[in-house]
Design a protein around this ligand. Structure first.
Ligand code: KIV
Ligand code: NA
Length: 277
């Protein structure tokens, strides 16, 4: 099929067909998600937590992101690849924001960028959009602001916060975003935003009324065997499968049953005798 684009997103909202998005950070997983027909692949700055072992997204750099977006794009034919702009890469000036966003399309091969925040980032969002780069917004729980939020928790529960979220969504639309991620937002507020804006909302921990859904792939596949947030459904338990395979390998090498004859290469006895002299 043909490439998923911002026009596909618009049509899907109109036709009320849910957009599927998942995170991805490398080539093998990108190939699998694309083959499975997932509409959009997000190279999230969750890279920091999920793949690089940091305890937040704050240490992630532009160079880290570009490296992984490149690997992902090599594995994708159909899905839209969205690159997450890391901490401080879109705040300093319109110029650096456009330059950094541009790297993801020009150097790495992504089709869109995502960035966190509302009214405060709209001037730079407009500049990026004006350069021809599709922008996905991100409201609610915005992990790059973890120190300001005072932890990872549901956002938009009280009247002030809910009103702020709705006006941020409208400001992002005015600035030209084609889509908005809503993370850890109460179900009724996510529904209201989705009905209020003309662009595609994509929820994570934001209920069933968004125009699409996203999850961290490593969470939904349970690759780490850790405790997951409330909104994560485990669609598989890969941790146990991988640990069982590792134990079996260790056991078979230690007891000599691997590698058995079928895994070895033969050679002619003549050659062997000659080299023995
Ligand atoms: O970085 C990320 O994985 C994200 C999603 C959770 C939306 O921003
Ligand atoms: Na992110």
């Amino acid at each position: 099929g043909s490439k998923v684009t911002t026009a596909t997103f618009r049509n899907m909202k109109q036709e009320k067909r849910p957009v599927t998005m998942l995170t991805v950070y490398d080539y093998p997983m990108a190939k699998m998600l694309d083959a499975a027909g997932i509409d959009a692949l997000l190279v999230g700055d969750s890279l920091g937590n999920v793949v690089l072992g940091y305890d937040s997204t704050i240490p992630v750099t532009m160079d880290d992101m570009v490296h992984h977006v490149k690997a992902v794009c090599r594995g994708v034919q159909k899905a839209m690849v969205v690159a997450d702009m890391p901490f401080l890469s879109y705040h300093l000036s319109r110029e650096t924001a456009v330059k950094n966003a541009g790297r993801f399309l020009q150097e790495a091969g992504a089709q869109a960028v995502k960035l966190e925040g509302g009214i405060e980032v709209c001037e730079n969002v407009r500049a990026i959009v004006n350069a021809g780069i599709p922008v996905m917004g991100h409201l609610g729980l915005t992990p790059q602001s973890v120190h300001q939020m005072g932890g990872y928790k549901v956002q938009g529960k009280d009247e002030t916060a809910a009103e702020k979220l709705l006006s941020d969504a409208n400001a992002l639309v005015q600035a030209g975003v084609f889509s908005i991620v809503l993370e850890c937002v109460p179900v009724p507020l996510a529904k209201l935003v989705t009905e209020s804006v003309p662009v595609t909302t994509i929820g994570i921990g934001a209920g069933p009324f968004c125009d699409g859904q996203v999850l961290v792939t490593h969470d939904m596949l349970d690759i780490y065997g850790n405790k997951a947030p409330k909104f994560v459904k485990r669609f598989a338990s890969l941790y146990q499968i991988i640990m069982d395979a590792l134990s079996a390998y260790k056991e078979e090498v230690q007891n000599g049953s691997f590698p058995s004859a079928e895994y070895g290469f033969s050679m002619s006895n003549d050659v062997l005798e000659k080299i023995k002299g």
